[in-house]
Design a protein around this ligand. Structure first.
Ligand code: FDA
Length: 305
């Protein structure tokens, strides 16, 4: 049953019609549990609250399925506004973005132009930018764009997904750039031709890439709510005398909030991924797919008040 629901929510997450429809109706149906609000001031308020609790943030202006050059330029403008707000309010926050929202499906030239505009401002304001990883179809292009931007900018990182067979090769290949990488299990529906179908293999591969990247001496963001992965990392860094300046734990806004606080209390760096904006639909469906039990949590939010 869980697998059926997972596939159902992942199918919905890729549906352009529902994405556009949902965008029109604002933060409804419980998405507010996982999304900080619709505007920059909403996001600033949430970041301030998290910073006050000792947590760092990475902010994400939600946007998927961009069809036109003007939408992509507008998305880039929103990212620049977010970077400026971070600097203006002296927030402890980075920026995360998706290349599809910068126009990846339109043209590489457009993405590069938008990314350079954002990165120029981010560099000036000292704000780090992470390129989120999307589905397998876009992985190669995303990595190639990351590499060319990394040649010119220091403040840029990206994400690798442990469910892909190719990832161990990618982490070795990227080592020449000494990159700051976020390591995750992966959130999209992929074919067994390219991704491990069994969760156990995905979990094991996440531990493997965390180990490789940390032992290479590269900054590592361990982005997982999985206690086994968190405990594995704690043990690994202890055994290998890896400094706490070289890694951080990351979790999503609204998920395992108590665990986030515990890690801060234990003295670990914790960064919360805070999405905001009115294009919340695909993000919200992927969170439901990860844990269909969240539907009860969401329904409670809608009708349980
Ligand atoms: P797993 O799914 O195995 O869950 C372990 C435990 O965590 C569960 O048993 C449950 O207790 C809890 N949990 C997990 N998900 C939950 C949820 N939605 N609600 C409540 N509890 C939940 N993916 C991607 O493809 N590209 C990307 O760029 C990113 N970026 C990213 C940033 C950050 C900061 C995080 C935390 C995650 C991502 N992801 C991502 C998503 C990632 O790939 C993955 O889908 C989720 O993190 C869920 O996997 P876990 O490692 O948490 O473990």
């Amino acid at each position: 049953m869980e697998r059926i629901l997972r596939n159902f929510f992942l199918f919905l997450s890729k549906n352009r019609f529902f994405t556009k429809l949902a965008k029109r109706y604002g933060l409804r149906f419980g998405a507010g549990k996982f999304v900080a609000g619709e505007t920059v001031p909403d996001a600033v308020k949430t970041i301030q609250e998290l910073n006050d609790k000792g947590m760092s943030v990475t902010i994400d202006h939600l946007g998927e399925f961009i069809d036109s050059e003007s939408e992509a330029r507008e998305a880039a403008e929103n990212c620049i506004k977010a970077v400026e707000a971070i600097a203006e309010h002296k927030l402890d926050s980075q920026l995360s973005l998706k290349l599809t929202s910068m126009g990846l499906d339109i043209s590489e030239g457009l993405v590069m132009e938008n990314m350079r505009r954002i990165l120029d401002v981010a560099q000036e304001k000292d704000v780090f930018v992470t390129i989120d990883m999307e589905d397998y179809e876009r992985c190669e292009k995303t990595l190639s764009i990351f590499k060319s931007l990394r040649n010119d900018y220091e403040h840029i990182g990206t994400v690798l997904q442990s469910y892909l067979y190719r990832t161990v090769g990618d982490i070795e290949d990227l080592n020449q750039y000494h990159p700051n990488l976020r390591l995750v299990k992966g959130a999209y529906k992929e074919s067994p031709k390219v991704a491990f179908p069994d969760k156990k293999d995905v979990d094991d591969n996440l531990k493997k890439i965390i180990r490789i990247h940390l032992l290479h001496g590269n900054y590592t963001a361990i982005a997982s709510h999985d206690d086994e992965v968190i405990e594995y990392t704690k043990k690994l860094v202890k055994e290998n005398n890896i400094s706490r300046d070289l890694f951080e734990f990351q979790m999503l806004f609204g998920i395992r909030v108590e665990r986030q606080k515990e890690l801060v209390k234990e003295g670990y760096k914790v960064r919360v991924y805070v999405p905001y904006g009115n294009d919340w639909y695909g993000y919200f469906m992927r969170r439901l797919a990860e844990r269909p039990a969240n539907i009860a949590f969401v329904l409670k939010g809608v009708w349980g008040k």
